[in-house]
Design a protein around this ligand. Sequence first.
Ligand code: SF4
Ligand code: SF4
Length: 358
Amino acid sequence: MIFSPRRCKQHGSSLPRSQTGKNQTMVKTPYDIEVAWQINDFCDFDCAYCWLHERDWTKSKRFAGIQDTQKVINSFNNAGLVWLVHMSGGEPFFSPHFIELCQGLTQTHYISINTNLSHKDVARFAKTINPEKVEFIHASLHITERKKQGKVKDFIQKYHTLKTRGFNIFVSYLMHPSILGRFEKDYAYFKSEGIILRPKIFWGDYYGIFGILNTPIVREVNRFNHIRSRLRKQYPNSYTDTQKNLIKAYIEKSRVDEGAIGQKHDAGQRTVDLSLDKNWADGLLSFRGRPCLAGVKFVKMDQYGKVYRCNDETKHYLGNLFNGGIKLLPEPIECSAEICSCPYVGSRYASNQILCQK
Ligand code: SF4
Ligand code: SF4
C-alpha cells in the first residue's frame, strides 16, 4: 500500500513524488532502532541562531550531561535491542566521559553524532573509536563562531583527521539569513580545502537587526508582542525566490561535488540526509494522517533518559530508559502532528517503504 503525500496545510508544501515511497527500496540497517538522544544542553559556541543562545544557564557545565556513563551503557544493553544512538546537544563532546561512553556503546551498538568539532577530544575519538560502528558524523560549520574564535583551520584539520581514519563525515552549513550572503565564498574556500559544504535549511524566527526582540527578557514583556510579531520573519517560509534558488542549486552542486572528491554517497540511507533539504525550502512538511514508524523504529530521548515517540508527538511518552525501561509502540500509528518539526525523521519513518530492518 502506498500512502499519498499530504499537502502541508500551513505552508502549502508537499513531498515530491520521489519521496512518496513509490520508487524507494527498503533500507536495511544493522540496528533494530534509532534513538535521537539530546545528550546535553551545554555548548561552547554561542551561535546567534541557536535555541541555546536564549538561555544563559546552558553555559554552566552542570548541564554538560549525565555523569554515570556505565549506567547509560548498561541501560542500552539491557533493553535487548541493537541501537543506533544518535547524539546531539548542545555539543555532545562536552558530555562527561564522552569518549568512554562512545567506546562502551560501540561494543554492541552503533552511534552517530551532530557536532561542531570544537572539542580537543575529537583527535582521541578518531584514534580510539571504530569507524565501522559510527554511522556518520554530521559536522556543522558555524562560520561566524569559527571566525570569531580564529579557529577556521582547526575545523579543517579535525575534519581531515576523521576522514583519514575512515569516518563517514559530512559538513553542513546552516543557511541562516544573516550569513546567506557569504555562503558562496565560503563554499569555494572550503572546497579548495577538500571540504564540501552541504546547505541546510534554517527553520525558526529571525528579527534581523532587531534581534533583541527575541531575548528572554523582552519576550516576557507583553506590550512588545505586537512589534515582535510585525518584525518577525519565519523561516523557511521567508526565504526569497532568489535565496531559494541559490539554496536548491547548491544542494544539488554539493551532492555532485561530494561525489567528485570520493565522499560516500548515502542519500536515503541515514536520517540526517541533507539532500532532502530541498523538500522544505518552501516550508516545513506535514505527514499528518500517515502511519509513522516513530515510536517503533525511532524514538526521541532527552538527556535524562525520558523517551518519546518523536519531537512533536510528546503525548506518547514511552518511559525512562535509564530508570525503569521503556515500552515501544507495537506497530506504526498515524501521525497527528500538524507539522513535522524534524522532517528528516518524518521523511524516513513516515513512508511505509523506508524501514529500519536488521
Ligand atoms: S554549535 Fe550548535 S549547539 Fe552550539 S551554539 Fe551553535 S548551533 Fe547551538
Ligand atoms: S516523526 Fe514526524 S511524521 Fe513521524 S510521528 Fe513524529 S511528527 Fe509525525
